[in-house]
Design a protein around this ligand. Sequence first.
Ligand SMILES: [Fe+2]
Length: 225
Amino acid sequence: MLASISRVYEHYKTPLRLRHHMLRVAGVAQIICENWRGSLDTKSVITAMLVHDLSKIVSIPDSSLIRESSKEDDKPSRYWLNLKREYIERYGSEEHMAVFNMANEMGLSQRASHLALNIFLENATLPRTKDSELKVCVYSDLRVSPSSVTTLDERIKDVEKRYAVKYPRETVRILHKIEDEIRAHTRSDPSSITEKEVAPKIKKLEGFRISISSKALSNRFEVSK
Ligand SMILES: [Fe+2]
């Protein structure tokens, strides 16, 4: 069956903050696909971007989950902790395995699942991959901070601060190389994509329909408040 991504988010009770992030990332990816010289599997790229952080909740520390989710969703702390527990019981506590399990449950196409799963393997696979669609996915995710489209360098700084990690210099070099490669394949400079350009696309992307197993949506979440 086909279901709008909004319906999928409703079903999975995806926190608003994560919905907005995935919609923005999909917006960046859509602009790149529209400007690509040659053909790309735009549908799989957008589908992957719209679901790539669907399982994120399993890896967010309880205190951050409550603090950040409560800013946008008016629900008590207990609700978020119960939702996280429900996710872990269903899909596992490891984020990447959880995305894999959710993609399987939804019956996503092989290509969309592959892209959604492999953006997490960026460091290991990117230097060797010739997969342009995967590069567009990785790059688009790295152009969106929690609340807006930003530059690659700003996003790298944001991730380093948020997760107290340091990107290896080699990884930063590879990410900039990907931006250069995308620039060489597109009619407009990807680094010039801004929040202003992406924002109008979000409303339409909320109605983007993905092919999903009807069984997935019948397996209801009951989260006590
Ligand atoms: Fe993301």
